[in-house]
Design a binder for this molecule. Structure first.
Ligand code: MRU
Length: 348
């Protein structure tokens, strides 16, 4: 792979992030040395995608501890401040809180910088393995020739591994299957057109970018075998928050008999949120809607509304593809059974 989403640089306790705001035109990296800077990079979407946000926050907490140790005691107020600023960076992706809770369990028990750094690196390796396991489970249900529909970016840029939904598409291609993918452009920030296409070009996976409104038509007139998306938070009943437009895609899939799957690391499942109604939906700046890049596309002073995520009701989902296998409905029962069987933590 010619790019790396994030990398820990030992010297200077630095988290190096690929700045996704400038892709695909410019591949440039940002070196961040404080948890405040990491929180800022999550907020402004230098780094984005639920799993990548979680791991970046983990490194931010390691930085906080290493910096506080260098400055001298007390450690805890600095760690509390870092935890607060990172928690406030984006509200919807539960991986952020999952990672911060995991780090907090350690620092509240007295762990220092070296131990927190080790934990962030464990989360990084786990994410790589989880991505591969999700892809392997998906491959078990894929035909030899398969056309996907995909939304947003869920690949290497959104994780530290091969990706979740886009990882499935990539690994299906690597497996020798004849693969084609329709990529929703994903307004307003165009993660599909800018990032997912960037990745699939890199891997040589045949695909076409389509406008977000085209999915129902394409499913009606062209062969589509499966819609597969990622997730930012899955409630205990399987309702799934993901990038705005995912719900529309799921409705289009249902009306056209196309199975709709969610690639879902268990770190994205939040058992403490009973249903999708309880998931906070981030609202971002209206400017994202009113512009495409530097070009203003609306009349001067025009109002806009910019919810960044939506919730797909569980009834529209054929399966949650986790690292432990594919969960089928009823999701409330099967998610709880999986968590009990694997002894998993319960989310926020
Ligand atoms: O706003 P973003 O770009 O962070 O939104 C990303 C998504 O919605 C992804 O589908 C989700 O985080 C899963 S990434 C494996």
């Amino acid at each position: 792979m010619a790019f790396r989403t994030m990398e820990w640089i030992e010297a200077g306790h630095c988290l190096r992030l690929l700045d996704q705001r400038f892709l695909p035109g410019t591949v440039q990296y940002l070196d961040l040395t404080t948890p405040e800077a990491v929180a800022g990079a999550i907020r402004d979407m230098t780094v984005r995608g639920a799993p990548a946000i979680g791991v970046a926050a983990g490194f931010g907490m390691a930085q906080a501890a290493l910096l506080a140790e260098a400055a001298g005691p007390p450690l805890i107020p600095a760690l509390e401040a870092a935890d607060r600023v990172l928690r406030a960076s984006r509200p919807t992706a539960v991986n952020l809180f999952w990672a911060l809770d995991r780090m907090a369990a350690l620092w509240r028990a007295g762990a220092g910088g070296a131990r927190l750094l080790e934990e962030a690196q464990v989360m990084e390796s786990e994410d790589i393995a989880v991505n591969e396991a999700i892809a392997a489970h998906a491959l078990s249900i894929l035909p030899q020739e398969v056309t996907f529909f995909h939304h947003c970016n869920t690949g290497a840029l959104a994780t530290v591994g091969v990706g979740t939904a886009l990882g499935i598409i990539r690994r299906a291609h690597d497996s020798g299957r004849k693969v084609f993918a329709y990529l929703d452009e994903t307004r307003p920030r165009l993660q599909g057109a800018k990032l997912s296409s960037f990745e699939l070009m890199e891997y040589g996976v045949p695909h076409a970018i389509v406008v977000d409104g085209a999915s129902a038509h394409i499913m009606r007139r062209h062969k589509v075998d499966m819609a597969v998306v990622g997730c930012d938070r899955v409630a205990a009943n399987g309702d799934t928050a993901n990038k705005i437009g995912t719900y529309n895609l799921a409705l289009a899939a249902q009306d056209n008999g196309v199975p709709f799957y969610v690639a879902c690391p268990t770190s994205t499942i939040d058992l403490s949120t009973a249903s999708g109604d309880g998931i906070e939906i981030e609202e971002r700046d209206a400017e994202e809607v009113l512009r495409i890049g530097d070009a203003v596309i609306a009349p001067d002073g025009a109002p806009a509304f910019n919810p960044a995520f939506d919730v797909t009701p569980n009834r529209l989902i054929a399966g949650l593809i986790t690292e432990f296998g594919i969960l089928r409905p009823p999701f409330d029962v099967n998610i709880r059974a999986l968590f009990a069987e694997r002894g998993l933590r319960k989310g926020r």
